[in-house]
Design a protein around this ligand. Structure first.
Ligand SMILES: NC(=O)c1ccc[n+]([C@@H]2O[C@H](COP(=O)([O-])OP(=O)(O)OC[C@H]3O[C@@H](n4cnc5c(N)ncnc54)[C@H](OP(=O)(O)O)[C@@H]3O)[C@@H](O)[C@H]2O)c1
Length: 331
């Protein structure tokens, strides 16, 4: 089959991902074989491309956000049949979805409702799961006592889906940060009650908007640089959920507030042996929210054709850190 692959970790300037012929994925017992129809592109994949090198003689295939059609079902993969339209993530220790076909554990997959195109479905899994786990952890809703949430980077994929989840599933006040007219407009359209500019005096803007305390900050971007003002906005015993890997974070300002720090990696259940089926369930919830009109897919840039050109364009956007919504490539 054809796949987009590379050998050595590299920068955007030396972009070396290319379309190659590669062996078919090897199905494990609990796997589905999925014919890929669309992939979502994430800043995390651009970061891995810069850090991960293949074993000698091998190659790296990234991509853990997909929508497609089931082509084969492993003997222990229950609940799915050949022909089902599905979306999901995957295991970052295995080959990803930048390929014609993917072998993926059925427990991190959900059916795509008829109402949803492949491109729209591929815009949801990573941002949706990350937002869900950052907000609700492994529960059904917010921790008691959280009713004012600040989302740093409100227009990115995680921020956009966090905003929508909060507005559709909780009564929390949602404050988003955005620094440009287009990201402000998007954040408001996605449901944010208040939008403040993360390049300005955020605590001051919150006071001016009549928001005197924040219970939970979900930080999707620039956490290390922003932690000072993030802590300033938090009430004592408030919470910070950080989903980005932006370098060492000084915990001092958070300790002064007795704040709780939550981290989030969408692959933690794979990496640490957790309940994989919980992810399939969350994806099923997101799909039903879309059908019920409570959640909008977020594919803002759709590029046609899985090739080095579209992937490079998608990575340029991801590395700009100015993405609004989600970039998707269709096959
Ligand atoms: N933990 C996980 O499993 C997981 C999963 C998915 C993503 N992530 C990480 O989550 C982060 C967000 O990803 P994403 O896909 O939502 O979108 P993204 O492309 O990283 O975010 C774009 C948004 O971030 C804002 N932004 C940029 N620099 C900022 C800064 N210094 N302070 C505050 N906001 C800033 C921008 O807003 P303006 O344009 O308005 O300035 C832009 O709208 C990435 O670091 C990604 O690697 C983690």
């Amino acid at each position: 089959m054809k796949a987009l692959a590379y050998e050595k970790a590299h920068s955007l300037d030396a972009f070396a991902v290319e379309l190659v012929d590669t062996a078919e994925p090897r199905l494990r017992d609990a796997d589905l074989l999925v014919g890929i129809r669309a992939v979502g592109i994430n800043p995390g994949e651009a970061m891995i491309r810069q850090m991960r090198t293949a074993e000698p003689g091998g190659r790296v295939i990234l991509g853990w956000e997909f929508a497609g059609v089931v082509q084969a079902v492993g003997p222990e993969a229950t609940g799915f049949a050949v022909g089902d339209r599905v979306m999901g993530t995957g295991d970052m220790a295995r080959d990803g979805a930048w390929a014609e076909r993917l072998a993926v554990d059925h427990r991190v997959v959900a059916r795509i409702p008829d109402e949803l195109s492949f491109a729209d479905a591929a815009s949801l899994p990573i941002g949706g799961l990350t937002a869900w786990e950052a907000l609700f952890r492994d529960q059904e809703g917010l921790t008691a006592g959280i009713d004012r949430v600040l989302i740093v980077g409100g227009a990115g994929s995680v921020g956009t889906l966090a905003t929508q989840l909060l507005k559709s599933r909780t009564s929390a006040l949602v404050v988003s940060t955005a620094s440009r007219p287009e990201s402000r407009e998007w954040s408001t359209r996605m449901g944010a009650d208040v939008v403040v500019d993360h390049t300005g005096d955020v605590p001051g803007q919150l006071r001016a908007a009549g928001v005197d305390r924040i219970d939970l900050v979900v930080s999707t971007s620039g956490t290390a640089g922003n932690v000072g003002w993030i802590a300033e906005t938090l009430r004592p015993f408030g919470h910070l959920a950080a989903v980005d890997l932006s370098g060492p974070v000084d915990l001092g300002p958070l300790i002064a507030k007795s704040a709780s720090l939550h981290t989030e990696t969408v692959f933690s259940r794979f990496l640490a042996g957790g309940d994989l089926a919980a992810q399939g369930k969350v994806l099923t919830e997101l799909a039903s929210d879309v059908v019920a009109g409570r959640l909008r897919p977020i594919a803002t840039t759709v590029l046609d054709g899985l090739n080095a050109g579209t992937m490079r364009a998608a990575h340029e956007l991801a590395e700009s850190r100015r993405t609004i919504g989600k970039t998707v490539i269709t096959l």
